[in-house]
Design a protein around this ligand. Sequence first.
Ligand code: SF4
Ligand SMILES: [Zn+2]
Length: 459
Amino acid sequence: MNIKQSSNIQENRYKAKPIFKEEKEFIESHMPEIASLPNDCWIVGGSTKTVYLDLYSNKPYIKFKVENGGKFIIQKDNRELFKDYVPVTMSETLNRESKRVNELYDNCVNRLAEYVSEHPNKIYKISHSGGKDSELTMSVWNDMLKEIKFTPDYEFIFFNTSNETFDVYKRIKQIPNIRIINPKIGWRQWIKNNNYIFPNVFRRSCCSVYKEGQATKTFDNNAEIAQVLGIRKHESTKRAKYEFLMDFDFDNQLFGKSKFPKKWVKLAPIIDLQNIDVWLLMLIKKLPINRRYLIGFSRVGCLICPYSSAYEDEIIKVYYPHQYEWFRQAIIKNYEITKVKRLGWTEDEWTNGAWKAPTGKNYHLLQKQSGENIKLYANLKGLSEDMAKKYFNRTCGKCGKTMQENELAMFFKLFGRYENQVDNRDVLCKKCVCEQLGITKKVYEEKNMEFIEQGCNLF
Ligand code: SF4
Ligand SMILES: [Zn+2]
């Protein structure tokens, strides 16, 4: 099978970032079997990573997964297929794309220039996080200033979450006159004050303290403020509807309610750029690249965060051992103090990533039917393997709905376990059980509680 090379960037590379020397070494040291990786590769993904030789080939070079705890597993190895392939080098890529992305960039500058010229009296606050999108936005801002030939009231701002790394502070301190807004209580202290209750993906309590609303607390709510932000549509589905200009009415329409002062607006000069275009512009314009990217992060910002991937966790262990050690001690305290043990994870599993999305371990095991998971599930609940197997991949025989674990337990409790007997019964969901037995949902729930309180191991 031949590898094809397109003249346009492949769509699945829009979210890619370049693999710099340090990251290349990091990958090689964790998977010596694929060393050495060619120079100028690109990488996409979170805990599952896809590596591409260039932006134009129709196939990935390798694909690997990082499990919680730091095990690297190769999932696809296409190196053989690429034996005779000549990749497009980095400098050639920059040449090829330069006209296109420079045009995008100029559009960003012009659109911003137009707005600022029409609103010369607004006060502009340009946020910088130390990351690439901020870097490009700042560059757009500075080029816009040259175009409009007057200087509006503006300043660069860094909202410190205090959960950053020295690389971020180092870059921020290089920016002349940037205003740094520090939190009243540092992030670590905040965790301590909260008795080691950590944020997780269901409850990002620290974001509301350290990120959201920082601006409204800092600037005059009655002034005509325009916040200039490095946000992009393609970053997330949440941001897909964002536009260059977002005012009070826009926010109201999108969110139902604006948290913003009426007189404020948000401007997003690079709103429609793809991740890949930002990277190409960073390289073409030789903008400063935060060390965090060089060593393998795809984003800068909070170091210890429920949104970080298992891959990033491994980078943290290597490059920020002290910060990691603080985190490890704190999350062990969290394991000991709070009620998380109930969820069934060991201390090791908890510190190695289960804390980020704390669902019960049984729920987690049920997501994938495998011999090992059936065994673990049986063990966890004190069931036989024969019985445990009956909990995987079940849908209601009557309505087709995916069965919840609790509904399965109820079914076996009410209609018999049939343990170690032939059992090709259809299982039934809550609604269908109620219909079958002619009972109300309330009765079902009461029975449910009763069985749980009796300590029945089906639940
Ligand atoms: S650690 Fe994560 S969740 Fe907490 S403030 Fe930072 S980005 Fe938000
Ligand atoms: Zn049903």
